[in-house]
Design a binder for this molecule. Structure first.
Ligand code: ATP
Ligand code: MG
Length: 418
């Protein structure tokens, strides 16, 4: 600030100081005030010099301030007022404004005086308030954001759960559909199998029934012609043919009956204790008459002979079936071996021939009903024997396998528990 009269330096500082400076005597009277305090409070300097410092405070605080002031003059220490507190001063027009004040003691003519430096902190307060507001707003925003994030997360969780449910549902559906598909496929396979069985049965029946029936017919009509004496022998030969044809038919019917019984679960098992080698010998005797010329069966025994508890009748049928196959599917003058092997927990029965063997492609069907290998079509048979044998072996808790080589021979192996 420029002045016409050259002022002493301290007075110039006093007057130009940005802070309001007020000097107060021990009674609280203002004895000195600078230009800034004039601007701050709206009083003229003269008006200020007529006031007590208490008059510059909000009226509600004046009385209390007078007491505080007395306390301060007893113990005058430099101090700052209003920092961190809401200290207010009052203008001439009665309006209030926020201030920060620092107090210092000084002596004028040995009398103690207080110098007050006053800063208007309205702007700072405005900024502080704005900062506080924006901080609060930020907090509100943050918590709102957090709420939104939580809500969104919840929504996402629910969506994921729904998707998972849909997924599970789809998985179940896939399993169901797969099963339905498998059912259809297996039904189709059953149907196919049944058709196959039917056609096998028809071709078997047309051959196996017609052959003995036409043999019976021709023998019967021939017999009727052999009336003359001396034709006795011819007649008897035809009677025998009729008998054997009837026997054949009877055997086929017996096989059907066995199958029906197995199918209905009506095969009765009668367990007795017997010697299996004796049974083997009996079976060999039984099939003796069907062996081709020059064929013979050799019985071999291995291990310590023991008695077996099983169904003798079923086992005899098994022996006869396997031995008659061995004979039927091999040539004259060939050897058939029947091995009875006593093991620790099992008895193994092996029937080995040196016959036509079974082609590899036919082997997997061998135990199927009415199945006949390609190389057996010119040989009589229904294709039921092995199917019945396998079922009977299983009824006796045993198992049956075979090994075969085309044109070399075949071995059937039955394993029975001891
Ligand atoms: N020892 C064997 N050697 C070669 N092929 C065999 C032998 N045993 C069985 N087979 C084959 O297995 C098929 C099925 O045998 P299976 O005993 O079930 O019927 P089959 O002998 O034809 O008729 P059935 O015994 O009912 O009179 C036979 O047709 C034949 O092709
Ligand atoms: Mg057979």
């Amino acid at each position: 600030m420029k002045s016409n009269s050259p002022l002493p330096t301290y007075q110039a500082i006093f007057e130009t100081c940005e802070e309001g400076i007020i000097v107060v005597n021990s009674e609280g009277r203002i004895i000195l005030a600078n230009q800034s305090s004039k601007r701050l409070f709206g009083y003229s300097i003269d008006e200020l010099l007529a006031l007590s410092v208490d008059d510059l405070l909000p009226s509600s605080l004046r009385k209390k301030h007078a007491e505080l002031r007395k306390g301060y003059s007893k113990n005058p220490q430099p101090r700052r007022m209003g920092r961190g507190r809401d200290l207010q001063a009052q203008k001439k027009d009665g309006s209030l404004f926020p201030v920060e004040i620092s107090l210092n003691q000084t002596f004028i003519n040995d009398d103690s005086h207080t110098v007050a430096f006053i800063i208007d902190i309205t702007d700072r307060k405005v900024i502080e308030e704005a900062l506080k507001n924006s901080e609060e707003q930020l907090i509100v925003y943050a918590s709102e954001l957090e709420k939104r994030v939580q809500a969104r997360t919840k929504e996402l969780d629910e969506t994921i759960k729904k998707l998972e449910d849909v997924n599970h549902h789809l998985e179940d559906e896939i399993v169901e559909r797969k099963k339905a598909q498998e059912d259809v496929v297996s039904a189709l396979e059953n149907e196919k199998e049944l058709n196959e069985l039917k056609s096998r049965f028809v071709s078997m029946a047309s051959h196996e029934f017609r052959t003995p029936l036409s043999a019976i017919l021709s023998s019967a009509s021939l017999i009727s012609k052999y009336n003359d004496p001396g034709t006795e022998e011819k007649r008897l030969r035809h009677v025998d043919k009729i008998k054997s044809s009837i026997n054949n038919l009877n055997n086929i019917l017996n096989d059907f009956l066995s199958l029906a019984k197995i199918e209905e679960g009506k095969t009765e098992i009668q367990v007795t204790e017997f010697n299996i080698s004796d049974l083997a010998n009996e079976a060999i005797n039984d099939i003796e008459e069907v062996l081709k010329s020059g064929q013979h069966v050799e019985l071999r025994k291995f291990g310590t002979e023991r008695k077996l508890k099983s169904d003798e009748k079923l086992l005899r049928n098994i022996f006869i079936n396997l031995l008659s196959n061995a004979s039927k599917y091999s040539f004259e003058n060939s050897k058939i071996i029947l091995d009875v092997i006593y093991g620790k927990n099992n008895i193994d029965i092996h029937v080995t021939d040196q016959g036509i063997g079974i082609d590899l492609t036919d082997q997997k069907h061998l135990f199927e009903r009415f199945f006949r290998a390609k190389n057996a079509t010119n040989i009589q048979g229904t294709g039921l024997g092995l199917n019945i044998v396998k079922k009977h072996v299983e009824l006796l808790s045993g198992s049956i396998t075979f090994e075969s080589q085309l044109n070399i021979g075949t071995t059937f192996k039955v394993k029975l528990p001891l």
